[in-house]
Design a protein around this ligand. Structure first.
Ligand code: PEP
Ligand code: MG
Length: 588
């Protein structure tokens, strides 16, 4: 009998492959019993892991020697001393032999014991050693788990990524060619990890709390990213069912793909610009520039997060130029660094915050560290000489923040002009509308910006007071809430009255059930993960602008989310199904 676990559908599609556990912290480690015959094997694994971490520390030291002070590079000598301390090694070996535990568990226990001893010492310097120890432990576990993982992935087999959480920084861990699906214990549909999974086209289910406890690496499973289900120990019947679903899905994709190269216009001639959201430079290679109106959201922070230190101005210029070339001459909207919340920068010390989502993030952080903002905007300006670039500010709360950013921009334009550096002096400046209060002061703000882009992922979380990363309240995170629709209506109306373009770049822009409503509310630019573009285009080509307006007008007056969903089901879904079964034809 198979076991079916229900979670949250985070990225569409079905995947069938063995699970591979990914552990990146000391808290979540694989556990097994070791008999007397197995002790030697564990001791050998310890030796290999120590060698690997030593090599990693050496190369890190070398890499950093030109960037940081000599005495700071010596921090790594202290770590090296712990790693090669014979007492430490002996204690770990004794723990394995005495208690029959695997190496990861022995490491965790010995480090916890040492930490207790250091923490009780009077000297602050000795207490600091506890942090080094923890770091060494973490590196050893990462090395061990990576070795285990390659057993399953090195020979080119497909796999399902399983972890407590899929964080934006984990994207670097993935072997893109063979990862088929993602399943995690935590997270929500609108978490940045889920956004990345959708953007990479990897079926995902999040919120399966027991995934790391009740499965083991190598076990076959099915990820159903449409229904939010994970099937463990699938029977032949389950496999047949999902293989069939996979075939049907490919058929649907084929039908949807037929509109790929057609224009994004309603049957009565209303054009809507469909743009791509891009998270990393690597995605640029697969961008089909013929099918997009531009890059509507370039989340620059992901490129910052993949690195070990802040990119220099030159490195940023190269990256932004690449983005502009990748967009094939179409406009690129560069969002300035939106770190904080669930997107920490490893090399930038941020304080522990009780509510990071309400904390020091986005433009707040950049205005406190203007060097970051100056360098980034200067680099975007230099890249803008290649074509049409726009600057987008994240997490804006008030007009005064935009005034300050405008000053930075004007000053940089002046500097570049004075020094004869090529740039677009007319570069457009826009704001993300994702903080509810901004909606109510939009009229004051619109005269000093060139465009607005609605970040519904955050806007919805703040409007509904529902954490986008918390699976316990995931059901309440529903953008079809009439309150959300009315706010979206208000934003579109304010922008239209000021004659400024408004786009949507949150995840609902790529949700085809939302398309007629957004068009009906007045949005003429939608930016989404490219994987969703054909579906959205098909929807767009199925409803006239009048029909969209009528649907939106009815939806905003509804009394509950359920009523809105019923409307979507009865009037939007039905037409979609008619098209897919071939009983409705969309005009070319
Ligand atoms: C949003 O909040 O809708 C958005 C596009 O930004 P992010 O998802 O990166 O927070
Ligand atoms: Mg946001």
């Amino acid at each position: 009998m198979s076991r079916k676990l229900k979670g949250i559908a985070a990225a569409p599609g079905v995947a069938i492959a063995p699970i591979v556990h990914f552990h990146t912290t000391l808290d979540h480690i694989p556990t097994w019993q070791v008999g007397p015959d197995g002790v030697q094997a564990e001791v050998s694994r310890l030796g290999a892991a120590i060698d690997e971490v030593t090599a990693g520390l050496h190369s890190l030291q070398q890499e950093l020697s030109s960037a940081i002070a000599k005495q700071d590079v010596r921090i790594y000598d202290a770590q090296m001393a712990i790693l090669h301390d014979p007492t430490f090694k002996r204690d770990v070996e004794n723990e394995i032999a005495a208690h029959g535990v695997n190496l990861e568990v022995a490491l965790q226990r010995v480090i916890a014991r040492y930490e207790g001893v250091f923490a009780a010492m009077d000297s602050p310097a000795m207490r600091e050693r506890a942090a080094d120890l923890r770091d060494i432990g973490r590196q050893l576990v990462v090395a061990l788990v990576a070795t285990e993982r390659t057993k399953y992935t090195a020979d080119g087999r497909d796999y399902l990524f399983a972890a407590e959480e899929f964080l934006p920084s984990d994207a670097g861990l993935l072997d893109r060619e063979h990862i088929r699906g993602i399943v995690t214990a935590h997270g929500g549909k609108y978490s940045h990890g889920a956004i990345l999974a959708r953007s990479l086209g990897i079926p995902s289910v999040v919120g399966i709390e027991e995934i790391m406890l009740t499965t083991s690496t190598g076990a076959l499973a099915i990820v159903d990213g449409d229904a939010g289900i994970v099937v463990l120990e699938p029977t032949q019947e389950d496999l047949d069912h999902y293989e069939r679903q996979l075939r049907e899905q490919r058929d649907i994709e084929r039908r949807v793909a037929e509109v790929r190269l057609q224009s994004s216009v309603t049957p009565d001639g209303t054009h809507v610009r469909l743009c791509a959201n891009v998270e990393g430079v690597r995605e640029l290679d697969s961008l089909e520039t013929g099918t997009i109106a531009g890059i509507g959201l370039f989340r620059t922070e992901f490129a910052f997060m993949e690195r070990r230190q802040f990119p220099t101005e030159e490195e940023q210029v190269a990256m932004y130029r690449r983005a502009m070339q990748g967009a094939g001459g179409k406009p690129v909207t560069f969002r300035t660094l939106d770190v904080g919340g669930d997107k920490p920068l490893g090399y930038f010390r941020m304080p522990e915050e009780r509510n990071p989502v309400l904390g020091w993030r986005g433009i707040r952080l950049c205005l406190d560290w203007p060097d970051i903002l100056y360098t980034q905007i200067r680099a975007i300006l230099r890249a803008s000489a290649l074509g049409h670039a726009r600057v987008l500010l994240p997490m804006v709360t008030s007009r005064s923040e935009v005034v300050r950013c405008r000053e930075v921009l004007d000053q940089l334009v002046q500097d570049l002009r004075d020094t004869g550096v090529a740039h677009d002096a007319e570069i457009e400046l826009g704001v993300m509308v994702e903080v509810p209060a901004l909606v109510h002061v939009l009229e004051d703000l619109l005269p000093i910006v060139d465009f607005v882009s609605v970040g519904t992922n955050d806007l919805v979380q703040y409007l509904l007071a529902v954490d986008r990363d918390n699976q316990r309240v995931a059901k309440m995170y529903d953008p079809f809430h009439p309150g959300v629709l009315r706010v979206l209506q208000q934003i579109a109306a304010s922008a239209a009255a000021a004659g400024k373009p408004a786009s949507v770049c949150g995840e609902i822009a790529g949700d085809h059930w939302f398309t007629p409503l957004l068009v009906g509310l007045g949005y003429r630019e939608l930016s989404m993960a490219p994987v969703f573009l054909p579906r959205v285009k098909l929807m767009l080509r199925s409803f006239t602008a009048d029909e969209c307006r009528d649907l939106a007008a009815r939806a905003v007056l509804m009394k509950s989310t359920r009523e809105v969903r019923r409307l979507v089901q009865e009037e939007i879904q039905v037409r979609w199904e008619r098209f897919l079964t071939g009983s409705a034809e969309v005009d070319a």
